[in-house]
Design a protein around this ligand. Sequence first.
Ligand SMILES: C[S@@+](CC[C@H](N)C(=O)[O-])C[C@H]1O[C@@H](n2cnc3c(N)ncnc32)[C@H](O)[C@@H]1O
Length: 258
Amino acid sequence: MRPPGVYSPQGDTSLLCEIVGREAPVGGARVLDLGTGTGAVAMAAARGGAARVTAVDVSARAVLAARANALLRGRRMRVLRGDLFGPVAGEVFDVILANPPYVIGGPEPAVRRGGARAWHGGPGGRRILDRLCAQATRHLAPGGTLLLVHSAFSGVEASLAALHRSGLRARVVARRPEPFGPVMRGKAAALEARGLIGHGQRHEELVVIRADRDAAGGQDERRDERRDEERDEGRGEGRDEERDEGRAGEGHAWRRSA
Ligand SMILES: C[S@@+](CC[C@H](N)C(=O)[O-])C[C@H]1O[C@@H](n2cnc3c(N)ncnc32)[C@H](O)[C@@H]1O
């Protein structure tokens, strides 16, 4: 079921579900689905044999939908409401899966409610992405993997750099061209005017980024060393600080319509 305003599983959802089996087998794993919407990705993880599935969404309707869908399909999962990692503060996971809002919006203030919150990524599309990339490390168990899907328009290099800065090894593991859905078609003229897409362009590229935490924790030590060096040099102060971490359908046959 999908109440109004809850993200309809689309091409990004199905791409992420497909890649999970290949890049981060979830059998026996503790899995977190961040920004779960209807719970489609979380349920794919449950189907894949995850030991424990946790799903988080900031939207009350999405939380209700994910809980109902899990119940209807007989899947056990914990669904929590809140902002990004806020509801799982202090917890770590073997696999984190995320299809966050990433569509480039206008200069309007942050979207706090309504259906747009499912896709609106702020002026550069990175309002949620930057926070997620900075905060993921501390919620990955040693040897854990983050799989993150977003549009190439939102900045692949920016995600890779942010993940590297936070101490993870990150690379692109999948790319797929996708025709614009209704949201992007509605924005096409404005994006053209801003020079963000080519004239007449009506396709975007979806990318899946994989980021791994070292198994032995050596990554943490190297990151700490790097931080110390940067502090000594008088730059990078507070770079990784958590600024605003708050508390606040089965199958792969979905089509993108955003
Ligand atoms: C693009 S949708 C993806 C939904 C689902 N995972 C899927 O792939 O079909 C992004 C989801 O993130 C949720 N979201 C937006 N901002 C969030 C935040 N700050 N913390 C947690 N979830 C958030 C939205 O409510 C929405 O359900």
